[in-house]
Design a protein around this ligand. Structure first.
Ligand code: COS
Length: 389
């Protein structure tokens, strides 16, 4: 980090604790977990013991009462060591946001304290086989039957599928109304008719688990509805607004990790009688990498602080942080591989994993093309026509 953000003593402590978890519980195993596609519980336990799952949960519900910014600090730091572990952590936050956004007091009292201490891991279930970017095209239904809702449908590519205990699920209570007929529900692992599907084989982020979810006449008590019927799509969009800077933070940490590994290599690798870092083609590439990472971090931190200020129009800032930083991470990790040459391409070194991990950040929580749609949609709200002359 080149720029000092003058973090508060608490924020510095959060960083220190996360660094320690990264060094001790993640760094020695990250390549192994990637190879074996394992979501190891040990770093999650360490994060839970450090109370970090409760970082942005209000104190009255057993959390630490911090915000998006501090959550980004943790996600960024974890991602330097392994973006897969960071995905499991961040996706649990994503799954918890709908409860924070739309849950009533009783629901918050029931679920948030368990999430805060890391006893219950969460997942967010919106995507379906035919509804990815077009989130309003979901087909999963939730039919009201007396005191229950009965869910039927399939969710796809759900991060933390199987390892999560709580799933916030978007389903249609009124299929005729499309997006306006969607509602949000809490489904618990073990609910009758709720089955975890196959684990996906992924290019990267292989220390995190991604599965299908099947709902076959899955009966859940009507008290599991979040907010009101018909609010589901808006809850989902607000959830993504809060969560996307976290993907940006993940990208910044991942890119920073690639920079540090490759820079160390370039300063030690001797060719033509001197470290390759001495060659301008190499050193300028590192300068460019560092510059883009600083720009991405500044945008992510600003967006996170903007959200924490209680601002209402956060969609554009959130989408910008996500899209810009993940594009930077893709560029930086590819350059890191190039700067390390044959070493970079080998699975014995972490940068090829980092490059594979980076790709997903341009895709999940809304592709970067969708982020640009969101930014373009929001721009007129911020910009007044400039008249000169
Ligand atoms: N906050 C609050 N309300 C929002 C909102 C937001 N960020 N975004 C949209 N809405 C509201 C709109 O105001 C509109 O309300 P009305 O029906 O009352 O007018 C409603 O939601 C529908 O919005 P819109 O017409 O913009 O919906 P679209 O179907 O065009 O879809 C995009 C909008 C593409 C932005 C949305 O489908 C999306 O984000 N897709 C990507 C999904 C995604 O990120 N998937 C990743 C999987 S989850 S990890």
């Amino acid at each position: 980090m080149v720029i000092d953000y003058f973090l508060s003593p608490e924020q510095k402590l959060i960083l220190e604790v996360t660094e320690r978890i990264g060094k001790e519980y993640i760094a020695p195993y990250a390549l192994k977990w990637d190879e074996e596609e394992t979501c190891d519980p040990r770093p999650l336990k360490a994060l839970a013991l450090a109370d970090l799952f409760g970082l942005f949960i209000p104190k009255e519900y057993g959390g630490l009462g911090f915000g998006t910014f501090e959550n980004c600090l943790v996600i960024e730091t974890l991602s330097k060591y392994c973006a897969g572990v960071a995905t499991t952590f961040a996706a649990s936050g994503l799954g918890a946001y709908p409860i924070l956004i739309a849950g009533h007091k009783g629901q918050k009292e029931k679920y948030l304290p368990q999430i805060a201490v890391g006893k219950k891991l969460c997942a967010f279930a919106l995507t379906e086989p035919q509804a990815g970017s077009d989130a309003a095209a979901i087909k999963t239904t939730a039919r009201k039957e007396g005191d229950y809702y009965v869910l039927n449908g399939i969710k796809q590519w759900i991060t933390n599928g199987g390892v999560a205990d709580l799933y916030t699920v978007i389903a249609l209570t009124d299929p005729k109304k499309g997006a306006r007929g969607a509602s949000a529900f809490i489904v618990e692992k073990g609910d009758p008719g709720f089955v975890i599907g196959k684990k996906e084989k992924k290019m990267g982020l292989r220390a995190s688990t991604t599965t299908e979810l099947f709902f076959s006449n899955c009966r859940i008590p009507k008290e599991r509805l979040l907010g009101r019927e018909g609010m589901g799509f808006i809850i989902a969009m607000k959830t993504l607004d809060l969560s996307r800077p976290g993907v940006g933070a993940q990208a910044v940490g991942l890119a920073q990790g690639a920079l540090e590994v490759a820079l160390n290599h370039a300063r030690q690798r001797v060719q033509f009688g001197q470290p390759v870092y001495n060659f301008q083609a190499v050193s300028h590439t590192f300068a460019e990498m560092a510059m883009r990472i600083e720009a991405a971090r500044a945008l992510v931190y600003s967006a996170a602080r903007f959200i924490d200020s209680g601002a209402k129009n956060i969609s554009a800032a959130s989408a910008m942080a996500k899209a810009f930083a993940s594009d930077v991470a893709m560029w930086v990790t590819e350059r890191a591989v190039q700067m390390m040459g044959g070493f970079g391409y080998m699975r014995d070194f972490p940068v090829e994993k980092m490059m594979r991990d980076a790709k997903c950040l341009q895709i999940y929580e809304g592709t970067n093309e969708i982020q640009r749609n969101v930014i373009a949609r929001e721009l007129p709200k911020f910009l007044k026509p400039l008249e000169i002359g």
